[in-house]
Design a protein around this ligand. Structure first.
Ligand SMILES: Cc1cc2nc3c(=O)[nH]c(=O)nc-3n(C[C@H](O)[C@H](O)[C@H](O)COP(=O)(O)OP(=O)(O)OC[C@H]3O[C@@H](n4cnc5c(N)ncnc54)[C@H](O)[C@@H]3O)c2cc1C
Length: 460
């Protein structure tokens, strides 16, 4: 049922008329997120600027049992901010203030609509470091990062968003405000509720403040790329680096398809006559960085690297990293529909999983470019397809099923960083099992008995 005139009127009262969009042409940009082939028109888009407004909107929606879909920048890759028909899209991008940088406690308090890059820049301006760096960091919001527990290129050494969330202000579906966490390094009073909200994909509450942990900035960094004539050699190099007890801050790979598309797009000067590129970065104390970089280069050579190129300066390092950062955009130019997946396996199984994806591409006659976080076992098989070609889309879905089944069989997971959302909810029961599904559903019911927040996401 479309949103009634009375609900829209009340939303305008709470937020101001200009903060509520209802015209079709205004709603279209909010009818999808970064996930391919999923669209749904919302009933309206409501921009919130304060936690008090979020409270009032949720109280209204909860009383009338209207669905609310919280949205940051809409870059999600599992349909998390995809609207529900006639629901309210509650957009947080105007809650975009950095409230405090606390150098004594190494924390930063921000509103959820601040972009990841603004957090990183503000930390750097204070001489500090905020490591999580999803590929989308120039546009993604910190609220979206926390809700998806996003990873990034530096996850191997520095961890993911969860490792940097110290506290959260959350508005619950009935409008109650909850603070969880604080600036204490140690706090074991009660359940760690903040950890429940990290990765909750907009289904348990709306985050209105995020207290982030910052760390000292590494004094030095070295970036290099190694090229290989076989993906196995790149995978073996990764295993050897870890076995040598080096934890690089970045250990990323691109396969042949991604290298070619990336070179067309970013023109970094990567060689085209290779099967795999490894991007390797080490940071820390200058002496340790020199030693680790030399060992990493040596291990790559021992595994038959065709070339190991060390960036001469920051500008070249940024350029080399750009080849990996722009991988998705580069692949997205090649076909009308780009479906990016993030099956993840234990590191030791990565080479096996990459070979499996290649075999699946041949079996289903599909074009798949694969890149990802080799050091984390998190790979992004990216299907280059066309959603108008129904026969091909059917093969894509069959290929997905096999890839997720194989990831689970190898001890991995159906999503390493993009979340379940709509895209993977049918795979969750098989991965999580009955007991976990029951606990997750009961938690959801306890916090959101009317099921107004992001209904139809995560659970079927
Ligand atoms: C080019 C590209 C590269 C990417 N690279 C990476 C990567 O390297 N690593 C990675 O992990 N992801 C990556 N992503 C996926 C995506 O950017 C992340 O999931 C990101 O965290 C989403 O942020 P957003 O602001 O766009 O959130 P949205 O897409 O708007 O929302 C994502 C989810 O968060 C919920 N949400 C948003 N704000 C709040 C809030 N304040 N309170 C409660 N729930 C909220 C929404 O309901 C939704 O379920 C990439 C996406 C693209 C398009």
């Amino acid at each position: 049922m479309p949103l009634s005139a009375s609900i829209l009127e009340q939303l305008r009262d709470i937020l101001g008329a200009s903060q509520v969009l209802t015209l079709k042409e205004d709603l279209i940009p909010y009818s999808f997120d970064g996930t391919a082939a999923l669209t749904q028109m919302p009933g309206c888009v409501a921009f919130v600027e304060t936690a008090a407004q979020v409270q009032r909107v949720l109280q209204l929606a909860n009383t009338l049992k209207v669905p609310v879909i919280t949205r940051g920048s809409g870059t999600g890759l599992s349909g998390g901010s995809l609207p529900v028909a006639d629901g309210i899209v509650l957009c947080t991008v105007r809650m975009n203030k950095i409230l405090e940088v606390d150098r004594a406690n190494l924390t930063m308090l921000v509103e959820p609509g601040v972009t990841t890059v603004q957090v990183a820049d503000a930390a750097a301006a204070a001489g500090l470091f905020y490591p999580p760096d999803p590929g989308s960091m120039r546009i993604s919001t910190i609220g979206g990062n926390v809700a998806e527990n996003s990873g990034g290129l530096r996850g191997l050494k520095y961890g993911i968003t969860r490792n940097y969330v110290m506290g959260l202000e959350v508005v619950l579906p009935d409008g109650q405000v909850l603070w969880t966490g604080n600036k204490c390094v140690k706090d074991v009073a009660g359940y760690s509720l903040k950890d429940l909200f990290v990765g909750s994909e907009g289904t348990l509450g709306v985050m209105t403040k995020v207290l982030l942990k910052l760390i000292p900035k590494p004094a030095a960094k070295k970036t290099m790329v190694a090229t290989f004539d076989a993906m196995d050699r790149a995978a073996q190099t990764v295993s050897d680096i870890i076995a040598a007890q080096i934890i690089p801050c970045t250990l990323e790979f691109l396969d042949r398809t991604t290298i070619h598309c990336g070179e067309d797009f970013a023109k970094v000067g990567l060689p085209l006559d290779c099967e795999a590129v490894l991007l390797m970065e080490t940071d820390g104390h200058p002496a340790a960085v020199d030693e680790e970089a030399a060992t990493m280069a040596e291990l790559a050579r021992r595994n038959g690297a065709l070339e190991v190129r060390l960036a001469r300066d920051d500008a070249e390092a940024t350029k080399l990293a750009a080849a990996r950062r722009s991988a998705f955009s580069a692949l997205a130019r090649v076909a009308p529909t780009t479906i990016l997946e993030d099956a993840t396996v234990p590191r030791s199984e990565l080479a096996k999983m990459i070979r499996f994806v290649e075999a699946i591409a041949r079996k289903y006659q599909l074009r798949i470019g694969t890149f990802g976080h080799m050091g984390d076992g998190n790979l992004h098989p990216t299907f280059l397809t066309d959603e108008r070609n129904h026969a091909e889309m059917h093969r894509v879905h069959e290929a997905f099923k096999e890839i997720f089944d194989e990831a689970i069989r190898l001890g991995g997971t159906i999503t390493g960083e993009h979340g379940v959302g709509v895209a993977k909810k049918s795979f969750l029961p098989k991965f999580a099992g009955g007991a976990q599904m029951r606990v997750m559903r009961e938690l959801r019911r306890a916090l959101d008995p009317n099921g107004i927040l992001n209904p139809g996401k995560m659970f079927d």
